[in-house]
Design a protein around this ligand. Structure first.
Ligand code: ADP
Ligand code: MG
Length: 696
């Protein structure tokens, strides 16, 4: 792809103005390239005819109709036009809510192209969501083909406020007419021809504006393969390069680690000990290592990461711990300082919200090497931060960080070892295939004495029982979380929100307890103060949005109440539930849901009730979403793919890996390769750590 054009701002597209551009930015779309990979989530097939008689079964019709009659129902402001139409197969009603002006358009006797969703209502076939366009003669195919909105397959894009399907269709259409001709193929032609995939420029056209649904399918397959091929190729090239570059081995007596282990009030689990050893092996080997540490929330990953860091510190290096939020960074920093001070290890905390002079001081101490372990937010990436000898980088909840940020931090050391912590479970076979030389450690067992969280489902309307139960826990001296999907009232949806519920919980339901509220619009200081008070036990109930999803650690909290649980994803619910059950006390999660729920929604809540195992939940999540779910592709959480999905497309992934191996055997430097794109990738592939290219 001609990178220069792909990186042009969307404003350069004709017809895209400032308003549209800022709406696009809300979808993370800034450049022409971003827009091109904003793939449709589904399609409206206005090409293959679906006559009215079929609409009973299909739920929609795509046909040409004649208007039979018009009538009105309702009074005053509710007066609504109803138009009766028919094609050769059946008769139906179009209900024109808010569109009474159609009285002058849909005139009896005239013909129209019609696309709409239909339902049986009051004994007739009805649509209130439809689109029409004047037809010249009955069902004239040539006329349909000259139409912009009919006789073709229209893409339906993920939208945001201020953006319509039409905006996106126009903008993408413009790009496809212009830039796309010069798009380069990323798959070598031998493989492309072997699989019968479309060339990239065709694939892009067919995924946005398919000529047929079969073409769309083929385009999808081509693009998925291309993306996974790109990933595998990057992994292979990096491995190749690593053979040539050296790293550094870090040796120590292990005194700091043992001292730290001895200072703990508990014994590390067998899994923790094993993973600790695995980290030490990385340190001892001269190659720069990247390791993924998977373990459910609360399994003790952070602890192992820190003991690993102590090994590097004793060996004379520095370690950096990158946390996904300010709140967590602060919490980790405080704990770490307390537990490592006694061992003579200097720790520091760095975040963008520190006052200038404090930040300055920390930066200086990092440069001189005085600070041995720094914990912080993405402020650790800033240009002014230099390390004396960065040896070990820990990245917590790594899916929250972008590719570039990770590269920036690891670029600061002498090829430091990296440890990625994640509670998002990914089957081992997949991580091995996807990341090639990424090493994987798993903590399976929870620290002893933990009792699995008991999960209960309650319909909205029955929440008093839940509140009564929580009150008993509070009386026993425990604490509780209450989580809501919104900060404050949305006028479009009837949802309980955190602000109002905070008032109700504090004023009416639990007047004898201290109830506080945190959410992302509070200042860092406010959040910190409240969290600190909650951790101390001064606050009994913490009302929150999903800001508490990650990492907050208060062992005395035994109740997690999530209201409108149907609005949260399975993995978010699992993370939220992980905030309780962090001690020997029996803990409880209450998922309060709106009874108006889809089957999939019910199934998801049932999974939460029945399983406490993150791996099981992740797999069920996938099964419920189903392999055909286009909208799921962007949320694979792990790597930001544009269209591929690691688990769903695992077979393609394995095939792509084999193909890359074949290619590299034949031509390790890709010198003979016919694709300019691949030759360039060879030069530009990011050195470390692992990230796919191919999504430029
Ligand atoms: P994770 O990072 O995997 O979510 P943490 O490392 O934060 O888990 O550990 C969760 C809690 O369990 C912490 O309070 C920690 O001190 C405690 N913990 C860790 N390992 C053990 C253990 N072996 N025995 C008892 N408690 C432990
Ligand atoms: Mg953690």
């Amino acid at each position: 792809m001609f990178l220069r054009q792909m990186r042009q701002p969307v404003l350069d597209v004709k017809g895209v103005g400032r308003k549209t551009a800022s709406a696009l930015e809300r979808l993370d779309i800034r450049t022409i390239g971003d827009l091109l990979v904003h793939y449709p989530r589904s399609y409206e097939n206005r090409k293959d005819p679906v006559p009215l008689v079929e609409a009973h079964r299909q739920g929609y019709a795509n046909t040409t109709v004649r208007v039979l009659s018009q009538e009105y129902f309702g009074w005053g402001r509710d007066r609504t036009l109803k138009v009766t139409v028919s094609d050769e197969t059946d008769t139906a009603s179009l209900v024109c809510f808010g569109r009474n002006f159609l009285e002058r358009v849909l005139l009896p006797g005239k013909f129209f192209f019609l696309y709409g969703s239909f339902q049986m209502r009051y004994g007739e076939l009805q649509s209130s969501s439809f689109d029409t366009e004047a037809a010249t003669e009955e069902d004239s195919l040539p006329a349909r083909e000259s139409s912009k909105r009919f006789g073709r397959i229209l893409p339906l894009y993920p939208l945001t406020t201020g953006l319509s399907q039409q905006h996106l269709r126009n903008a993408v259409g413009r790009i496809l007419q212009g830039v796309v001709r010069s798009v380069e193929d990323e798959i070598p032609s031998t493989f492309r021809e072997f699989y019968g995939f479309l060339p990239k420029n065709r694939a892009l056209r067919e995924i946005h504006f398919p000529e047929t649904m079969q073409n769309m399918e083929l385009a999808r397959k081509s693009l998925i393969y291309e993306e996974l091929f790109g990933l595998q190729l990057t992994v292979a090239l990096r491995a190749e390069r690593r053979k040539q570059e050296g790293g550094k081995a870090y040796q120590s007596e292990g005194n700091l680690c043992s001292a730290f282990f001895e200072s703990l009030p508990f014994e590390p689990t067998a899994d923790q000990k094993r993973v600790h050893q695995e980290i030490i092996e990385d340190a001892l080997s001269p190659e720069p290592a990247a390791r993924l540490l998977q373990g459910d929330v609360g399994s003790g990953k952070t602890l192992v990461a820190l003991t690993g860091a102590l090994h590097y510190i004793e060996a004379g290096g520095q370690a950096a711990f990158l946390a996904p939020t300010e709140l967590l960074a602060k919490q980790h920093a405080e704990r770490t300082r307390k537990s490592l001070e006694g061992l003579g290890v200097r720790t520091g905390f760095l975040s963008g919200s520190l006052p200038e002079h404090e930040r300055h001081k920390i930066q200086q101490e990092l440069q001189t090497g005085e600070i041995q372990l720094v914990i912080g937010t993405h402020a650790l990436f800033s240009e002014q931060v230099h390390f004396k000898h960065l040896a070990f980088v820990i990245i917590d909840e790594q899916q929250r960080f972008g590719v570039l940020q990770r590269l920036k931090l690891t670029g600061k050391g002498y090829r430091p070892d990296t440890l990625l912590l994640t509670a998002t479970p990914i089957p081992r076979t997949l991580t091995m295939t996807a990341f090639g030389d990424l090493r994987v450690s798993v903590i399976k067992t929870m620290p002893p004495g933990r009792k699995p969280v008991e999960t209960h489902l309650a319909k909205i309307g029955n929440e008093q029982k839940v509140y009564d139960f929580v009150e008993r826990e509070l009386q026993a001296g425990h604490q509780a979380y209450f989580v809501y999907p919104l900060i404050n009232k949305s006028d479009r949806m009837e949802l309980k929100d955190a602000q109002q519920m905070h008032q109700r919980l504090a004023g009416e339901i639990f007047p004898d307890y201290r109830v506080e509220l945190v959410h992302s619009r509070k200042t860092e200081e406010e959040k910190e103060k409240i969290m600190a008070d909650f951790a101390k036990g001064d606050v009994d109930i913490l009302v929150a949005t999903s800001v508490v999803e990650v990492g907050v650690d208060v062992a005395n909290a035994t109740c997690m109440v999530v209201e409108h649980a149907e609005r949260f994803g399975l993995s978010a619910l699992h993370q939220l539930r992980g905030r309780v059950g962090r001690s020997g006390y029996q803990s409880f999660a209450f998922l309060v849901y709106h009874p108006d729920l889809t089957d999939a929604g019910k199934e998801r809540l049932r999974v939460m009730k029945e399983s406490n195992d993150g791996f099981v939940i992740a797999e069920k999540d996938l099964a419920i979403r189903g392999p055909g779910d286009l909208s799921g592709t962007r949320q694979s959480g792990f790597i930001r793919f544009t269209i591929a999905e690691l688990v769903r497309d695992s077979e393609v992934l394995v095939q792509a890996k084999k193909d890359v191996e074949t290619l590299m055997k034949k031509d390790p430097g890709l010198e003979q390769e016919d694709s300019a794109f691949l030759r360039r990738l060879m030069k530009e592939a990011p050195p470390f750590p692992e990230e796919p290219a191919g999504t430029a």
